[in-house]
Design a protein around this ligand. Structure first.
Ligand SMILES: C[S@@+](CC[C@H](N)C(=O)[O-])C[C@H]1O[C@@H](n2cnc3c(N)ncnc32)[C@H](O)[C@@H]1O
Length: 409
């Protein structure tokens, strides 16, 4: 086992930039040492592990800010808008939603109920022509669902992607001709079809006139979100604009479940009461035995075997199964359904899934953002969303580019 980690490895594990690590070295928070053989500056693995353990409950002064004011009015066309996580975050950063497209009627209802003035285009994206927005919006955004292309070999062109939702995203970008386009997706897109899907997307955006910044996976916990969610961000800048895109800087402060559900820097009151789903009796009996921050391995062996079924013998950590979240850690990634097996995220004190409003807080939605439809529809909309605070930080990074662009123009 390796005793030392390089700067890059440490940055990846801790989820902090290399600059932060260099500053921490100077400040004595995490000291680098000279590796005995190569004499390179490296980190002791044990130091990194200790720091990682402390990170979540440490009180850290957050001196990082990505905030920037828009110097003009910039507008967005948001595709695959869902219940508006990305849209509200971008709005909080100071951007204006010109229109939003979404197929799900309950998600559209949510958008309309909360923002009666938003132009919600309900229906399948395939049926919309976006050319009326040509040169009228600055940014096209979209969390298109990930699908493989049938790859013929060589470089992928736009028409080769027909039939996929990425094609529809790229078609909208081509019709609208915005300064910036942003795709958001799950980390899995990096390795989807051995990386070919992502490569194909980048080559299509290049073909339609956009230079794509090296894709990055942003960890929501570094952007004022009390949840270990990750989002892959794909940013394309129109080729006539010679400005380099810079990702938002990660914050130092990491928020936990207590910050989400109690009065904190994130919310000025405890989480409001709301409806929520329940665990079936058998699951409740099992989860009653799991302590905060514990999971299936904390159960007696016979119950482990019974509860896990075949999964018990399949190996792997499965740390999300029969999991109870602790107050002093960020929540694990929320899914579209709060009681499903493999991904239980039980409340720390009570044996139940998080309520709808608790779910919304973990995704950093404002308390007054109401979700339409049945409880399961509401959970789905929340679980699908980009965390609002992460979206806000992405918003600032786009405003920076646009401010610079309009000064030069
Ligand atoms: C990952 S979610 C987007 C979440 C959203 N960006 C947010 O932050 O709340 C993807 C959305 O795409 C929508 N969608 C899927 N197929 C679509 C289609 N053919 N046309 C329009 N929307 C579609 C889904 O209903 C879902 O709400």
């Amino acid at each position: 086992m390796k005793d030392y980690l390089t700067l890059a490895e440490t940055s990846e594990i801790i989820g902090k930039s290399k600059e932060t690590l260099r500053r921490w070295d100077k400040e004595g928070i995490l000291n680098a040492v000279r590796e005995p053989v190569s004499n390179y500056r490296v980190y002791r693995k044990s130091d990194v592990q200790t720091l990682l353990g402390n990170l979540f409950d440490e009180i850290v002064e957050d001196d990082v800010s990505n905030h920037v004011k828009p110097e003009n009015e910039y507008s967005i066309l948001e595709l695959f808008a869902g219940a508006g996580g990305l849209a509200i975050g971008l709005e909080e950063a100071g951007l204006k939603c010109a229109a939003l497209n979404e197929i799900d009627k309950w998600a559209c209802q949510t958008l309309r109920n909360n923002r009666p003035n938003w132009n919600v285009l309900e229906g399948d994206i395939k049926n919309f022509d976006f050319s009326k927005f040509k040169n009228k919006v600055d940014i096209v955004t979209g969390g298109f669902p990930c699908q493989a292309f049938s790859y013929a070999g060589k470089k992928l062109g736009l028409k080769d992607a027909r039939g996929t939702l990425f094609y529809e995203f790229a078609r909208a970008v081509q019709e609208v001709n915005p300064a910036i386009c942003i795709g958001e997706n799950v980390r899995g897109l990096l390795s989807h079809d051995n990386g070919k899907t992502l490569k194909g997307m980048i080559s299509i955006l290049d073909e339609i006139g956009y230079k794509v910044a090296p894709p990055q996976v942003l960890k929501a916990i570094n952007f004022r979100v009390p949840q270990k969610r990750e989002r892959l961000i794909l940013v394309g800048i129109r080729k006539d604009i010679d400005i380099e895109y810079k990702y938002p800087k990660p914050h130092r402060k990491i928020y936990n479940l207590k910050d989400a559900l109690k009065k904190s820097e994130l919310y000025n009151c405890d989480v409001p009461q709301s409806k929520g789903s329940k665990y079936p009796e058998h699951k409740k009996e099992v989860l009653d035995l799991v302590p905060p921050k514990g999971y299936w391995r904390d159960l007696p062996l016979d119950i482990q075997k019974d509860y896990m079924g075949k999964s018990f013998y399949l190996g792997g950590g499965k740390t999300g199964m029969a999991r109870r979240i602790g107050w002093d850690e960020p929540s694990l990634t929320l899914t579209c359904s709060p009681a499903q097996k493999q991904t239980e995220r039980c409340h720390p004190d009570e044996t139940r899934p998080f309520t709808v409003r608790e779910y919304a807080r973990i995704q950093t939605f404002p308390d007054d953002w109401e979700f339409a439809g049945s409880i399961s529809q509401q959970y789905k909309q929340i679980g699908n969303a980009v965390p609002v605070n992460l979206a806000e930080e992405i918003g600032y990074s786009i405003i920076k580019v646009l401010n610079e662009y309009y000064v030069k123009k």
